[in-house]
Write a protein that binds this ligand. Sequence first.
Ligand code: NAD
Length: 384
Amino acid sequence: MKFEFATATQIIFGAGTARSIGNYAATLGQRAMVVSGRSSARYGIIREQLEKQGIASTHFSVQQEPTTETALAGVQKARQAACDCVIGIGGGSVIDVGKVIAALLTNRGELSDYLEVIGKGLPLEKMSAPYIAIPTTAGTGAEVTRNSVLESLEHRVKVSMRSPLMLPRWAIVDPELTYSVPPHITASTGLDAFTQLLEAYVSHAANPLTDGICREGLEHAAGSLLPAFENGSNTAAREAMSLASLFGGLALANAKLGAVHGIAGPMGGMFKAAHGAICGRLLPFVMAMNISALQRRAPDSPSLARYEEVARIVTGKANATATDGINWVQKTCAVLKLPPLSDYGITEADFQSLIEKAQKASSMKGNPVQLTEAELVEILQQAL
Ligand code: NAD
């Protein structure tokens, strides 16, 4: 057995931890690029803390899931201001832009040199600038992953820039920051976390370290997603979802994902839809198709037993079958009021192009079984 495991240099977890960001920033650099979401209120608080440490700062705001243009605008601003470190506070969209900025402050190539699938996919040569990543959603775990997901408007696809050198220096995971997330975003981001844990667990690239993380993360997500959705002030549920999100990031960065993320990447590039909502909608159908394809083509695959284990974890029943697991996911998605894919304007006419792109996606390579074009069409028809 051989495996590697890489993560942020230091992970700080707990309610209120983000309030002491100044302590970590002290050794960060001279001028920080602070990336945040729509509101600049969070920047104001961080700027004050940085000033106390004698660190100047510049602000960049990320309004939605980022395009390559968004990331480039951030890089340009950071380079012009001669920033030497980065702080990202926001959802996965913000964290990912921060990662690209940190990487391109020290690596002088163009973004397209490093992008997978649509770019040259060249490796980074230098460590990214020091980066503090602070998530405000419980979903992506991007604070501990080694990639940034960017949408290419030109190619209508979402692709990654990926390198172990992109791992943040500090990941500060403070569940308090997620208390303000509204129910529909709690639902979509929480389903992203759950899907990442499940796909990494059944992936053929899983290893004993990611396995333990996935089991623990799935238990937290299964027990807390609905309570956090139903009552955003449930601090125990928020904490458990923040933990599940962090664990999902640790798992995906060190194992691979699967067909849900393989399809969600291109779909997110072609249609305006929250990443996690797409993942949740596809998940039960991909689970069912993977199980049936494994039973027919690879009946000895260890992933089959893993689907049963997932079912036992999420239902809490010792005799649960893989089908019980699928039913649990389907019921949960119904309570979370997840829309069908047709609500985003997707039609059968889009399937061909979606599938062509999905088959090239890096996540697809982690799926426990290679799905045929006909099987992918069936999944999309069911999720439509
Ligand atoms: P997001 O960052 O796009 O945020 C979703 C919405 O929630 C936004 O409107 C944002 O303003 C709002 N929001 C964020 N925090 C809030 C808070 N505390 N209170 C109220 N509103 C808040 O969503 P996300 O799901 O966190 O990130 C999605 C992005 O991350 C996608 O682009 C996806 O492809 C990417 N992603 C990256 C990785 C990775 O490893 N790099 C993994 C999974 C997904």
